[in-house]
Design a protein around this ligand. Structure first.
Ligand SMILES: C[S@@+](CC[C@H](N)C(=O)[O-])C[C@H]1O[C@@H](n2cnc3c(N)ncnc32)[C@H](O)[C@@H]1O
Length: 219
């Protein structure tokens, strides 16, 4: 496991993380992409987290956050802004993001499935929120893509369960399909409230939905 500290901020091109997002080119898409560039966010995905956070109050000042699938980094950028100087954000991804200009950010490089959960607990420590925007490389085969997305979502939940403090929050992307309901029910076993939510910035043709767990019931 490689943990990287803060460094120089390098604004990269605005990323879209999904094959369908890259293909899409309607006016609404352009609006979020253009806005992200103007506002210096690393990806248009930031508007999904912003809307979720406005609605559900996931992230608070001083919080410690784990951002799964953090690259290119707009969710971590947003989280760093929200937690302020007293908070901490750790991001984990297969791909290293450009350096963040904040000593409150650390990066864990690797595949979510390759980490031993007890090692992660040692490295990352207790968290107020675990947020996951992880997405598989899509193949275009609906059942395969849905299955991979579910595996990532399940792994994100397993990690949240071991890292969250009592009353902590969880948000996780998943592709809509028949597995959504059982996954949502599973989240409901651990959190006081569970809500599926589709932010406005999700592309119309995308099957992305976010499952939000509020108020972790610690053992
Ligand atoms: C949609 S992008 C995330 C965008 C990010 N939230 C942002 O705002 O910049 C999805 C990310 O999930 C990561 N990812 C996919 N599978 C992963 C895995 N098995 N382990 C770690 N990261 C993974 C990808 O590398 C990719 O960077």
């Amino acid at each position: 496991m490689v943990v990287q500290g803060a460094g120089t901020f390098l604004l990269q091109r605005i990323y879209t993380c999904d094959k369908y997002e890259k293909m899409a080119g309607n006016k609404w898409d352009d609006h979020f992409t253009r806005r992200a560039r103007e506002e210096k966010w690393r990806a248009r995905s930031v508007y999904k987290l912003e809307e979720i956070d406005r609605k559900f109050h996931l992230i608070r000042r001083g919080d410690r956050i784990l951002d799964l699938g953090c690259s290119p980094g707009s969710w971590s950028q947003y989280a760093l802004k929200k937690v302020g100087p007293g908070g901490r954000v750790s991001g984990l991804d297969l791909t290293r993001p450009a350096d963040f200009p904040s000593k409150n950010f650390s990066f864990i490089h690797g595949d979510i499935f390759s980490f031993d959960l007890s090692d992660l607990v040692q490295q990352v420590g207790p968290r107020n929120a675990v947020i996951s925007d992880m997405a598989p490389q899509t193949s275009g085969i609906r059942a395969a893509d849905t299955g991979r997305s579910l595996e990532l979502a399940r792994r994100a939940l397993d990690i949240a369960i071991v890292l969250l403090k009592g009353s902590g929050n969880f948000v996780c992307k998943i592709l809509e399909g028949e597995d959504l309901k059982p996954f949502r029910n599973r989240v409901g076993q651990y959190f006081r409230q569970v809500r599926p939510f589709r932010p406005a910035a999700v592309r119309k043709r995308s099957r992305e939905v976010y499952v939000i767990g509020l108020g972790y019931r610690s053992k």
